[in-house]
Design a protein around this ligand. Structure first.
Ligand SMILES: [Zn+2]
Length: 225
């Protein structure tokens, strides 16, 4: 996964480390960490920092031995996040294909709904997560496109397999792309190249281009519970 170019920012990782993110966002970060040694390392140092802050701010709170144990536990947490290849055979099946599930979802694969077909060679499987957000696996067949859209609110996309591209670049496995109201984009796949993503929306997509505005009810498909 040497080609990962888009990562969760420092704030997100830091909130993740503190357990301050809603569970859906934590799942997205955790799935990225599966694929990204760079962020696993960054998280380890954030956790070490937080541990030493804790030590400074509450010197009397922890006895030296308990403190040492805490440090050890935290260090362990940082290092051993399972790598997809070594994970138990819990997979996401789609027709004749099977993809390794992010490790955090392997314990919750009962929360993953069946695949449904959307316009434009797109397939979607909803993930039932708590909170107001909408999580989906999105599969784009080769040479397919989502209508151009903006976002009301925030959309996080994590590429799990294959690649897609838009006006701003090409996205590959591990890439963690955060988009807000400011972004307008047209995700598509190249001929012969499909793509599987995990996406998290906290508001419906809003389509902007001519014909696609007719498809605005389509955006509700992405957000329907
Ligand atoms: Zn990363």
């Amino acid at each position: 996964m040497a080609n990962i170019r888009f990562h969760p920012n420092h704030d997100l990782l830091s909130h993740y480390a503190c357990g301050e993110l809603e569970s859906a966002s934590s799942i997205m970060i955790s799935a990225h960490l599966d694929l990204c040694p760079h962020c696993r390392q960054k998280l380890a140092s954030i956790e070490a920092e937080q541990a030493s802050e804790l030590e400074k701010s509450e010197p009397a709170a922890l006895s030296p031995s308990l403190n040492a144990m805490m440090m050890e536990i935290m260090a362990q947490d940082c290092v051993d996040i399972p790598v997809l290849d070594e994970a138990p055979a819990s997979q996401l099946a789609l027709e004749d294909k099977a993809y390794p599930l992010p490790s955090i979802l392997q314990r919750h694969n009962d929360k993953i709904g069946p695949w449904s077909r959307l316009p434009g060679n797109i397939k979607r499987a909803q993930v039932d997560v708590s909170g107001d957000s909408q999580m989906n696996f999105i599969y784009m067949d080769s040479d397919s496109a989502l209508p151009e859209h903006t976002h009301q609110g925030q959309e996080i996309t994590l590429v799990l397999a294959g690649e897609f591209y838009d006006e701003n670049g090409t996205y590959q496995p591990g890439d963690f792309i955060v988009q807000t109201e400011k972004h307008k984009h047209l995700p598509r796949t190249r001929d012969g190249q499909d793509c599987l993503c995990l996406t998290l929306l906290n508001a419906p997509l809003h389509f902007t281009s001519g014909l696609a505005t007719l498809l605005n009810p389509f955006s509700q498909l992405f957000f329907r519970r």
